[in-house]
Design a protein around this ligand. Structure first.
Ligand SMILES: [Zn+2]
Ligand SMILES: [Zn+2]
Length: 268
C-alpha cells in the first residue's frame, strides 16, 4: 500500500487535491491518514461499482428479478446501503494500512519474485483467510451477533453482485481482518498483497453474481454463486469464502441442486 500511496501522492494528490502550502507535509502521519482515507474510500467505491456493475450487466440472470423472494427496489437498496456503509469500513481499515506502510508488518518489497513463489504466497494467503473467514462468518450467525451484525448481509435472499459489500461496518471489518492479520504474522510480498486484495474483492462479487451454471466439480471444490446464494436462502450452510473445505470439515457443506433457486419461494 505504501507504493500506491506514493504513486497517488505524486501523480494526483500533489497536483489536484492538496494546495502547495498544505499544512500536512507529505510523509507525516496526519497526511498519511488523510491520503489513505481518500484512497480507501474512493478506491473502494471504484472497485465496488466497476466490478459489481460489470458482473450485473454481463452475468447476473435478470430473470431472477421476477423471483418472489427478490425484493422490491432490491438493486437500488443494495447499492445505496453499500455506498453509505463502505466509507465506515474503509476508515476502520486505515490504522491497519498505516501500520503496514510504517514498517510494523511483515510485508516486504521484491518486484522480481519468481512466478512459483508468487503463486505459493497467494495460495497460502488464500488458505489462511479462507480458514479464518469461515469461522468468523459462522460466529456471526450465532443469535447474539446475527441480529446486531450480520443480518444486513442477508437482507437479499437472492443477492445481486451489488450485495458483495453489503455488510454492517463491524462485520465488514471482521471479514477483512484475516487478510490484514496474515501480513502481520507471516512474510508476504507487497505485490501479492495488492493482487490478492483486488482478487478478494472480485471474488466477493463473483459469489453474488447470480450465475448458477457452475460445473459440478467446481461446486465441490470452490465456493461460488450457487453455494453462496444457498447460504443467503438457507442461512446455516456454505459459510466458506474460496473453498468448500471448511464447510465439509464443519459439517455445513450442502449442494442444494440445480433447482435450488426456483424451488425457494417461501418468504421467511
Ligand atoms: Zn451469512
Ligand atoms: Zn453474501
Amino acid at each position: 500500500m505504501d507504493e500506491v500511496l506514493f504513486y497517488c501522492e505524486e501523480v494526483f494528490f500533489n497536483k489536484y487535491i492538496y494546495p502547495e502550502d498544505f499544512c500536512l507535509e507529505q510523509g507525516s502521519i496526519g497526511r498519511q491518514i488523510l491520503s489513505l482515507s481518500i484512497i480507501e474510500i474512493f478506491g473502494g467505491y471504484g472497485i465496488y461499482l466497476i466490478t459489481s456493475g460489470i458482473a450485473y450487466i454481463l452475468f447476473f440472470d435478470k430473470e431472477l428479478c421476477k423471483h418472489p423472494l427478490f425484493l422490491k427496489n432490491q438493486v437500488k437498496t443494495e447499492i445505496k446501503t453499500c455506498i453509505l456503509l463502505l466509507p465506515i469500513v474503509s476508515l476502520m481499515q486505515v490504522p491497519l494500512f498505516l501500520l503496514q506502510i510504517n514498517g510494523f508488518s511483515k510485508l516486504y518489497t521484491k518486484h522480481d519474485l519468481a512466478a512459483a513463489d508468487f503463486l505459493l504466497e497467494a495460495v497460502q494467503l488464500a488458505f489462511f483467510t479462507d480458514f479464518m473467514a469461515y469461522w468468523i462468518h459462522r460466529l456471526t450467525h450465532c443469535k447474539l451477533l446475527y441480529k446486531k451484525l450480520h443480518k444486513i448481509h442477508h437482507m437479499s435472499k437472492i443477492p445481486t453482485p451489488f450485495a458483495s459489500l453489503l455488510f454492517h461496518p463491524v462485520d465488514g471489518f471482521l471479514q477483512s481482518a484475516p487478510f490484514h492479520l496474515y501480513g502481520f504474522l507471516f512474510p508476504l510480498n507487497k505485490d501479492v498483497f495488492l493482487v490478492m486484495l483486488i482478487f478478494g474483492s472480485c471474488f466477493a462479487v463473483f459469489l453474488h453474481e447470480g450465475n448458477y451454471r457452475m460445473p459440478k466439480w467446481f461446486r465441490r471444490v470452490f465456493n461460488g454463486p450457487h453455494q453462496h446464494t444457498a447460504h443467503h436462502l438457507y442461512y446455516n450452510y456454505n459459510y466458506g469464502q474460496y473453498f468448500t473445505f471448511w464447510d465439509r470439515i464443519g459439517g455445513t457443506y450442502r449442494d442444494f441442486g440445480d433447482d435450488m433457486v426456483t424451488c425457494a419461494s417461501k418468504k421467511d
